[in-house]
Design a binder for this molecule. Structure first.
Ligand code: SAH
Length: 241
């Protein structure tokens, strides 16, 4: 069943026009006919069955019918990822959405080789992954910020899983359960890794939990996937109902 992330309030009998891209996708690509059904969600009102109520040259309109799932949110985990080359960064966004992050904060560090990112494009990738993966919200993508500023304004209520390639951090299977459940962030560095001074500042944070991802050096995308999988398994929604 097609799932679309929409930005309208969802309630019975609501009628709305999807975006031109979404209309094209429904009618031309998926060839959904009149009265065809699909699922819609907006991150607030749960997931609703909808019907293709009208097709015209200008586009189409959808009628909302019944709610099939109440709103539920992913665990409060976010990914902080240093800017890496675009294809790999786009892959990280897609995997982070499937792995249930609420937010992705992009960061510029001493060794990142880019200081800009196409946040709108990354947002579209996150939405597409959210539609595919069956979640009821879409991850928020936050524009690049310097790592120093992220750390300087760190909130006391959120733990920081510091994926430290230096090799002396404890295994995730030990460090995560010991640190306990609650709001978390997962930090992954750039291809060049973290500098020693960055490592010092991160480890000085009382909220930081340094974690090893094993004896081999993983690429940033592999590290993000592995770290988020370990977190979801230890503290998130992979622990079963
Ligand atoms: N070029 C660096 C490695 C950078 S890998 C070097 O050779 O040391 C990119 C990021 O992935 C790292 O900054 C870290 O956050 C994460 N990472 C990769 N392998 C890891 C490991 N074995 N343990 C913990 N974090 C790791």
């Amino acid at each position: 069943m097609i799932r679309l992330f929409v930005d309208v309030d969802l309630k019975a009998a609501a009628r709305f026009t999807p975006s031109p891209e979404q209309a094209h996708y429904l009618v031309r690509v998926m060839r959904l006919g009149l009265d065809g059904k699909l699922l819609v969600f907006n991150g607030r009102d749960g997931e609703w069955l909808a019907r293709l109520a009208e097709i015209s040259k200008r586009g189409c309109s959808l009628t909302v019918e019944s709610r099939v799932r109440p709103q539920a949110s992913c665990p409060d985990v976010e990914l902080i990822v240093a800017l890496v080359k675009r294809p790999r960064l786009e892959a990280i966004i897609e995997k982070a959405a499937e792995l249930g992050v609420r937010r992705v904060r992009l960061t510029v560090t001493e060794r990142t080789n880019a200081d800009r990112a196409n946040v709108a494009r990354l947002g579209a990738i996150a939405v597409e992954a959210a539609e595919q993966t069956g979640r009821l919200d879409a991850p928020i993508i936050v524009a690049p910020e310097p790592l120093a500023r992220i750390l300087a304004t760190w909130g006391a209520d959120r733990r920081l899983m510091f994926c430290d390639e230096a090799g002396d951090a404890p295994p995730a299977a030990v460090a995560l359960p010991a640190a306990g459940a609650g709001p978390w962030a997962v930090l992954v560095g750039p291809e060049g890794g973290f500098s020693d001074s960055e490592r010092g500042v991160i480890r000085a944070l009382s909220a930081a939990t340094p974690v090893s991802l094993g004896p081999r050096i993983l690429r940033a995308d592999t590290a993000a996937i592995a770290a988020l999988s370990l977190w979801q398994s230890a503290l998130g929604d992979w622990r079963g109902a």
